[in-house]
Write a protein that binds this ligand. Structure first.
Ligand SMILES: [Zn+2]
Length: 328
């Protein structure tokens, strides 16, 4: 994954702030405790002295140095033990005077040796996803606020059941999909006319996946293609950052496919996204107003055959729910 220097800078800032906060917190504890308990100041000095004294061993003969070090170590341990006893006397926890870092592994420095720590990469990824998702026009929807009563319960010959029944099945499927979401899940193609809840359900899935810690990118196909195109023709230092997110995120949601302005670029980009993610076995959810025959007409055969052959197709039923809500 490629990240811009700006994201690196922001991630650095977050990690530094964590460390400074942890250190400020412990300094405040030390100050307060010294005020409360005068014996603590002396013990603290004892610990500092023992460390300074231990350093003198570098100028000693090996045998003498060894003895000296053991003596100073014991002196230090004794002082530490006395401090713990004092803390207990005051009813304070044993680690009250210890720096509590968000990440103990790197002590909030962001690196372990010369390698970036996992906590740093995590912050970086989170920033990249927030940035990529910030232009998404839609807030998260939930399964709970998906209303089936907008769908007719009259028999519909296309579905061999009522739209409400059909939507109940789709809702159950999506809930199940979201509850057990992992990257082994199949890709979904949500088709049907405008206003039948395709975006609602895909965003409900996105919300669940994000809560479970997966990296999700959701946006309209139009925005994704323009993002890719802008990046493709730019010479910026972060070229490739957005493309990596689109191709490598745990779940990609491409909303309203077919509404984009179609060009040779969008066609190539769409194929690349579908194909690469499929080869990496990463799920994608595509919603579209196009039905399968329109799909074959609109996109090249290599795209439509992959979508039809490899995606689980859920055809939404009913009449425009958004229109019904406005009419209420
Ligand atoms: Zn760390």
């Amino acid at each position: 994954m490629l990240y811009s220097n700006e994201l690196f800078r922001q991630a650095r800032e977050i990690i530094d702030a964590r460390r400074m906060e942890a250190e400020a917190r412990v300094n405040e504890h030390m100050r307060a405790f010294a005020q409360q308990e005068p014996r603590y100041t002396a013990l603290k000095q004892e610990m500092i002295d023992s460390v300074q004294e231990a350093l003198k061993s570098v100028n000693m003969m090996p045998e003498e140095a060894q003895k000296h070090l053991i003596k100073q170590r014991d002196r230090n341990l004794r002082a530490q033990r006395d401090v713990r006893a004092l803390l207990a006397e005051h009813g304070l926890p044993e680690d009250y005077l210890k720096t509590r870092y968000t990440c103990e592994k790197c002590m909030d420095t962001g690196s372990v040796g010369t390698e970036p720590c996992a906590c740093f990469t995590e912050v970086l990824q989170k920033l990249a996803f927030d940035e990529a998702n910030k232009n998404s026009p839609l807030r998260f929807s939930t399964f709970e606020d998906f209303r089936l009563d907008y769908y007719s319960d009259e028999y519909d010959d296309t579905f061999k059941c009522s739209p409400r029944q059909r939507m109940q099945e789709i809702l159950d499927y999506c809930k199940e999909y979201a509850a057990h979401f992992d990257t082994d899940q199949p890709s979904l193609l949500l088709t049907g006319e405008t206003g039948l809840g395709k975006t609602h359900l895909s965003l409900a899935i996105a919300g669940c996946a994000i809560r479970r810690g997966y990296k999700v990118l959701y946006n309209s196909a139009q925005n994704i293609f323009s993002g890719l195109q802008k990046e493709y023709f730019s010479k910026g230092e972060n070229r490739g950052q957005f493309e990596s997110l689109v191709l490598e995120c745990d779940l990609l949601i491409l909303d309203d496919l077919g509404a984009e302005f179609s060009t040779t670029f969008t066609d190539a980009a769409l194929y690349n996204v579908i194909n690469t993610r499929m080869n990496m076995r990463l799920p994608t959810i595509i919603s579209t107003n196009l039905l399968l025959p329109d799909m074959e007409e609109r996109y090249s055969r290599r795209i439509s055959s992959r979508l039809i052959g490899e995606y689980v197709c859920l055809r939404f039923a009913g009449a425009d729910v958004r229109q019904q809500k406005t009419d209420e």
